[in-house]
Design a protein around this ligand. Structure first.
Ligand SMILES: [Zn+2]
Length: 617
């Protein structure tokens, strides 16, 4: 991955990165909105989905609150064609202007209003630049019969399909009416129907206020299956059985989560398993998690992803990072919460193995950035950068480690009480790093200087690298795995290793613990013994393919190509393309595969891979 974009300010930050930096004001510089003047409180969306033109057309009616007789409303848009804007229920026409386009931020939409205006109606269509939308041809779906559309609004892509105030610090309720082809079913991050209708018209309601990045829509040939009293899964018909089997523990996870940090506040918790081009593992769209089919391993071994997305119903969706600089407040908390759910449902050993894998990712990430890189801090300064390009394991696993450290120092009971109160106190509000730390000191540290010294809060939040009081997860299962690797390297045949009943985390750790370079005969032996090339488990395939690339193991190339052309999950794509690009032959192979695969990837993934391969679209 590229390190930093070395703009002058970045150099400045690096040079003083070891000193403590306070947050600047809470202003979100990735949005044109001015919520301190006029703020959107409700969105009513009325749109039609046109698969032929790959376009959404319709009207966004925004209820607004004017803080002090302001005469302009500022919205975010990117690539939208604005046809007409009116104000009030009576739809009086009004003037509007679009600002100059700014790279990845789009264009400011400035609408003239009257001090008494409480409703603004924007008539619009999406354009070719609508990066939130992925339109799939029938051939790109599992069942290959109907087209499919899904959105991905995080971090700042909601503005590419809805004119809105696209900042995580601004919340609104929403309602929607979506018209789609009659053979398809539309679902949103809102109250959904659990039966398909014949008119192709669906209505939705989200009565809890949410930030714009949680707006989500999927349209396709869907079926629904219940998983329990308040949970279920939507997928294409042919995937439904497998998905329902894999996700059977969902209800147990909701119960475990509620026991930890208080009631689930969103009503139902459903999932939709999307076609394979979905760029993420999961997206925590409220009431309806969007998930990749790469979690369908056939043995329920990859469902901690569900624990993660479910945990976001508290950390992220309920208490939300105020700006993308505070992203760790969403992801670090969610990683911590996820592993607590894992522990409650699957046991301590499983949760510790997951934590060990996370620790490995964290150390690798810090090594890649360099320990003095400003990108290794929890609180980030994303000035001048696209927040979508700046996400890394730091927010997730350094954030996790920080919270685990606090837990270890104050004791689990006290920490759990603190977190429960935190989610309750700040429910449906946004949070900055500074505000969180103030609350932490007030509620938990309470002037205890010894405790403060043991935790070193400011060092964790604002300084680079990894503090030396970082907690160390312990796993006996992983110690055994490491022993098996050592035995193999000192001559024990692979098929005689003690690997019976290993879980997915153990296999992942095994593959990660193997030497970086191996001979062809060693790769042959491993594959003959453990059938990595036949695995149906995406995490195991991924770890194996890393060795295939580094060792130029030609027998593994067909599997590599199949994997890269059959799913679009950025977490897998990015490191594999990166590794390929390290050698001349590899780069050539990568480009050949990418030419085939690119049309199937989402814009979130192609923007990353284009850069790795220096691809000119
Ligand atoms: Zn997450």
């Amino acid at each position: 991955m590229k390190k930093l974009i070395l703009l002058p300010w970045t150099l400045l930050w690096i040079s003083c990165s070891s000193s403590i930096q306070p947050d600047p004001i809470d202003h979100d510089e990735h949005s044109f909105a001015r919520p301190e003047e006029v703020v959107v409180t409700h969105l009513d969306l009325d749109i039609e989905v046109n698969f032929t033109k790959k376009e959404l057309t319709g009207k966004a009616s925004l209820s607004i609150k004017n803080k002090k007789n302001f005469r302009q409303l500022h919205l975010d848009t990117r690539g939208l064609a604005i046809h007409k804007v009116t104000i009030g229920k009576e739809e009086k026409s009004t003037a509007f202007q679009l600002g100059n386009p700014v790279r990845y931020l789009g264009q400011e939409l400035i609408i003239d209003i009257e001090p008494s205006t409480d409703l603004v109606n924007v008539y619009y269509s999406t354009g070719a630049e609508a990066d939130a939308l992925q339109w799939l041809e029938p051939a790109q779906t599992a069942d290959k019969k109907h087209p499919f559309l899904f959105t991905q609004s995080q971090a700042i892509l909601a503005r590419t399909w809805v004119p809105c105030q696209d900042s995580p610090g601004i919340r609104m309720t929403y309602s929607a009416r979506v018209k789609c082809p009659t053979e398809l079913w539309a679902v949103m991050s809102a109250e959904n129907d659990t039966v398909k209708n014949d008119e192709g018209i669906y209505t939705f309601k989200m009565t809890n206020p949410i930030p714009a990045y949680l707006l989500a829509l999927a349209v396709g040939d869907l079926k629904f299956q219940s998983l329990g009293q308040r949970s279920g899964v939507y997928t294409e018909p042919s995937v439904l059985g497998r998905a329902a089997y894999e996700l059977a523990d969902t209800e147990k996870m909701i119960e475990a989560a509620e026991k930890l940090y208080g009631p689930y506040r969103w009503g139902r918790y459903d999932l939709i398993v999307l076609p394979p081009s979905f760029p993420f593992g999961g997206m925590e769209n409220p009431r309806l998690t969007f998930a990749t089919p790469t979690i369908l391993a056939g043995d329920r071994s990859l469902v901690s992803l569900v624990a993660h997305e479910l945990a976001h119903s508290w950390s992220g969706n309920l208490v939300t990072n105020a700006t993308w600089n505070d992203f760790w407040l969403n992801e670090g908390f969610t990683c911590y919460f996820e592993r607590r759910i894992d522990e409650a449902v699957f046991g301590k050993e499983f949760a510790e193995m997951e934590a060990k894998l996370g620790e490995h990712d964290l150390l690798e990430q810090i090594k890649e950035f360099g320990p003095d890189s400003a990108d290794t801090r929890l609180w980030l300064n994303l000035h001048g950068r696209n927040p979508d390009d700046a996400g890394s394991d730091i927010a997730y696993d350094k954030g996790y480690s920080f919270l685990r450290l606090i837990e270890e120092k104050v004791g689990r009971d006290r920490f759990d009480q603190f977190l429960k109160k935190y989610f309750n106190t700040f429910a449906f509000q946004s949070m900055t790093t500074k505000k969180f730390i103030a609350y932490l000191r007030e509620e938990l540290i309470q002037g205890d200087l010894e405790l403060e010294k043991k935790i070193r809060i400011d060092e964790w939040a604002y300084q680079t690298g990894l503090p030396d009081n970082c907690p160390k997860p312990q796993s006996d299962a992983f110690t055994n795995v490491e022993e098996q690797v050592r035995s193999w390297m000192t001559g024990k045949p692979a098929k005689e290793l003690m690997s019976t009943n290993w879980s997915t985390p153990e296999w992942r750790h095994f593959l990660r613990s193997l030497p970086a370079t191996m001979k062809k005969t060693q790769m042959d032996e491993l594959d003959a013994a453990f059938k990595f090339s036949k695995s149906g488990n995406s995490e195991i395939i991924f770890e194996w393919l890393n060795h295939v690339i580094v060792n130029k193991y030609e027998a593994g190339y067909p599997q590599l190509e199949t994997f890269l052309t059959s799913m679009g999950r950025r977490k897998f794509l990015k490191p594999l393309y990166q590794k390929l690009a390290e050698t001349q032959d590899g780069l050539q192979m990568a480009k050949k595969i990418y030419a085939k695969a690119r049309p199937m990837y989402h814009a979130v993934s192609t923007s990353t891979i284009d850069e790795i391969l220096k691809w000119k679209a």
